[in-house]
Design a binder for this molecule. Sequence first.
Ligand code: MD3
Ligand code: FE
Length: 210
Amino acid sequence: MELAPGAVHVPGWLTPRQQRELVAACRAWATGPVPIRHTRLPHGGVMSVQTVCIGWHWQPYKYTRTAGDVNGQRVAEFPRWMVELGRRALLEAYGDESTSTRYTPDTALINFYDGQARLGMHQDKDERSTAPVVSLSIGDTCVFRVGNTETRTKPYTDIELASGDLFVFGGPSRYIYHGVPKVYEGTADPVTGLASGRLNITMRVTGLTD
Ligand code: MD3
Ligand code: FE
């Protein structure tokens, strides 16, 4: 369903098997060269969400190859299979073969939410590309707040994102304010391999080169 121009939600897009494979891959990245951590914000705050990045490392408010705020190591590479998954996601959401085959995400932010974690309303503006963002959710269901491009406050729409859901944000929705005000703890189906919590993978195009 299209929530706003360019914002397309596809419930249950990932099969249980794909979800299990993604959970396994994310586990390996979470314990890889740059371990998953609570990102520290420049003004002293700490995010309740835990994040690990691949391809490029995001820290507020830039992308680098190495994680200067964690351990200085280079992040794991962005795998080819994830580029293909991103293209299939775009094709599913927009149905446009030529746009999807040109889509080449080079980074993913992998967020892990326990039952208390939240993500405040924000825009994603650190990428130097206007290409769409592909979001995949696994595990506990959450409330996802889709706002507007002008303010971090009303008007907004609250929807639920559940395990296996795909969301693509492109076009006029690329710079929309959005956040995660609540996670419904214990709603995950353990067949995904996640015993508890919520995993969200967002693929992006940084627009950067080395
Ligand atoms: C709309 N993640 O990583 S996914 C983020 O569930 C982020 O972890 C949330 O917001 C999460 O920046 C929401 C949906 C999403 C992701 C990126 C977007 C929506 C977006 C970028 C632009 C517009
Ligand atoms: Fe975001």
